[in-house]
Design a protein around this ligand. Structure first.
Ligand SMILES: CC(C)(COP(=O)(O)OP(=O)(O)OC[C@H]1O[C@@H](n2cnc3c(N)ncnc32)[C@H](O)[C@@H]1OP(=O)(O)O)[C@@H](O)C(=O)NCCC(=O)NCCS
Length: 186
């Protein structure tokens, strides 16, 4: 094990300047607003989205279902939790089939005017269809309803897909920070 530094960008979007539509969901996909009954589905989506990714090295909780459950409980129990900015993405292969949890995003408020996106993730086999864009759009609309003006997030610099998605939606870099994590070397 060794201590590794991960370069991360803090990014911000001015919600008052947001005038974009975020497209349509492809057939079979639906989004669900937050309610307590979908906590386990968020855990499953978060685990499947992050387990094999760089961010599971940076934040080891993301690498296990237990860790994802702990994170979801912590986020949703906070006084600052913003349910309107928290969405689950599901996929249903046929109308009578069980929905599969394949995407998640959560929001918290950091002060009266600022919000923060937590852990947007899409399961690997569902990526590349602008589902991340749609889910983030849902969350931004929810932040706006909650009276938030600026939305902030942090992204690992090497995470090109996420960085590209955020830039396309209008997020701009405000700061560079370094996060340390213990990483096992092969
Ligand atoms: C980031 C993530 C949510 C994007 O989900 P998605 O549904 O594929 O998102 P979209 O299709 O809306 O947009 C993805 C963008 O990344 C680009 N992209 C995909 N893979 C890429 C790669 N390996 N390198 C660079 N860009 C890539 C796509 O081309 C697209 O950009 P474009 O539309 O401008 O061409 C998804 O990759 C994911 O869950 N990653 C793991 C979890 C994670 O890191 N979350 C972010 C935490 S900050």
């Amino acid at each position: 094990m060794g201590l590794t530094y991960f370069k991360r960008y803090q990014m911000q979007l001015d919600l008052r300047k947001l005038e974009r539509a975020f497209g349509e969901l492809p057939p079979g996909y639906t989004v669900r607003p937050w309610d307590e009954s979908c906590l386990q589905a968020h855990v499953e989506a978060k685990y499947r989205a992050f387990a094999e990714e760089l961010d599971a090295l940076v934040f080891p909780s993301l690498g296990s279902r237990e860790g994802c459950l702990r994170l979801m409980r912590e986020i949703t129990a906070r006084r600052e939790f913003v349910p309107q900015a928290t969405w689950l993405l599901e996929y249903r292969r046929s109308p009578d089939g069980r929905p599969i949890a394949c995407g998640t995003i959560q929001g918290i408020r950091t002060d009266s005017l600022n919000g923060s996106v937590q852990n947007v993730g899409i399961a690997p086999e569902h990526r590349g269809q602008r589902l991340g864009t749609y889910l983030l759009g849902q969350s931004l609309a929810g932040f706006r309803l909650a009276g938030v003006c600026w939305v902030n997030l942090e992204v690992t610099a090497r995470n090109q897909a996420a960085h590209r998605l955020y830039r396309r939606l209008g997020f701009r870099r405000t700061c560079v920070v370094y996060k340390t994590a213990q990483v096992a070397f092969a």
